[in-house]
Design a protein. Sequence first.
Length: 593
Amino acid sequence: MTSTEIDEKFMREALAEARAAAAVGEVPIGAVVVRAGEIVARAHNRRELDQDPSAHAEFAALCAAARSLGRWRLSDCTVYVTLEPCCMCAGLMVNARVGRCVYGATDAKAGALGSLYDLNVDSRLNHRFNVHAGVLADECREVLSGYFGGLRGTDGAGCSCGADLEAHAAHAEALACAEDIAVEAVDFGPVQRRPRRVLLAIDSFKGSVSSAQAEAAVAEGVRRVWPDAEVRTLPLADGGEGTLDAVAACGGEIVTCEVAGPLDKRASARMLVDVERESAVIEMAEAAGIGYSPCTELSALAATTYGVGELMLRAVRAGAKTIYIGLGGSATNDGGAGMLRALGARLVDECGCNIAPGLAGLEHVVSIDLAPALRALNGARVVVLSDVENPLVGRRGALAVFGGQKGLPTDDVEALGGYDGWMVGYGRLLDTAIAEARAQWLLRVPEGARTFGSVLGVPGAGAAGGLGAALLTLGAELHSGVETVLDLIGFDERVRDVDLVITGEGNMDEQSAAGKAPVGVARRAKRYGKPVVAVVGGRADNLDAVYEQGVDLVLTICRKPMGLELALDPQEAITNLICAGESAARSYDLARL
């Protein structure tokens, strides 16, 4: 048998003990002690039955092994246990001079052999031993989750490794000086620390490097400190730029479609189609992004979201039953009128003619019929990815807050007020159209979705120049961009057993706490008790709000004084990020001294 097969064989024996524990109402953790290929002791949790805080599976098995062999030194033995040992049990392994420990599932909240501590290789202790983690880990986790899932109303949040173990933290120095007892020498190989597991989820540094480039550089820096580190990369986005690439890393195919651009020219726009999941991901900026516009007042009045609607139609024809739409980086202010028209909705003026494209067309719209657009979607669920909370109109509305960056004259109060008036009239027509569609049973409120009296004041309706409002009229759900992207890329599954999470972005300030990607990563990571370091190009003086959300340390990446132009240079940024990755890893080691 191979060493892997041997380890799995004895871990199955430990699993049998775990199931025996569950059968008597104990948390299902089991252990066996093996010497020379034979089991010399086995045990499972008995803490509740015996009302004994030390009655953990591996603790009991070690004591039984010592009695069986007639000696306390177990340097020729391997301990197999289904869950990573706690401080008490790992400490007993040190004192028993155990040769090796093999465990199944990691314990992020109490594990002392790789998760919270590395007691097996702590230079301050008088014994070191090898650890092999993750043997039959899924099966070990399933036994635990199945037990807690069946408690039905009892408090199943605890863990058998959660006791107060301060009394077991130190043993008398006399143990180290005890007379040696002859034990057959067994070579378990050189003592090694379990490779560090690091998860990188870093947003792009806009104007400098992409998410993937930033993560590759940080990974290189991490490996300067931990050459054998297991580094996992998750390209990150918050529903805006980079969302397609982030989600595509987990499956699906990026396809390119020629659609109407925001102004006169056609645009080659990408979208992600996942046939297996029957879903599509669209970045509205691919079809109507600010990069297509000169950002003058004329372009701000004319820019249309028509190409976004075309992408939605392509997604439906490709079989998508769920369409995710990211609303970042728009050039448009048309309230999503172009998107509605592309789907088939009728937006007409007093003469019954189609309105002109862009914000300018909203001045003359008198009627909106959503029925053709709703039929074109064929029942597809539309999920809007945005962390913008602005309403459609008013002082915090789409035009007042975002119009200036697209070319509208924000210093001309009268002109801007007139444009906002057009948007108010358009919003009221959307409300009427929604009511008519519901009366025809064409539009139903999704289960759990927020209801509203008017699209004018809905938080998020002002996203992407009012595109959020138009999507709401189609029954779309407004979701946090970063939270939804984290779900789509499977963040929770990937973070469970890592030691360190590194996130980051170009600039971090108090606003980062209000929905930006790195803080979303930190909040998720804290669900699993993971330390989080953020690497950033620049930072505000006060980051209390960011730290309160779960970021533990913010590292600025510039390794020497430099101007902004040099700092944004891609090669310079990559070098800075390599050094930042090294610093993040060293800070983790420092915290564990």
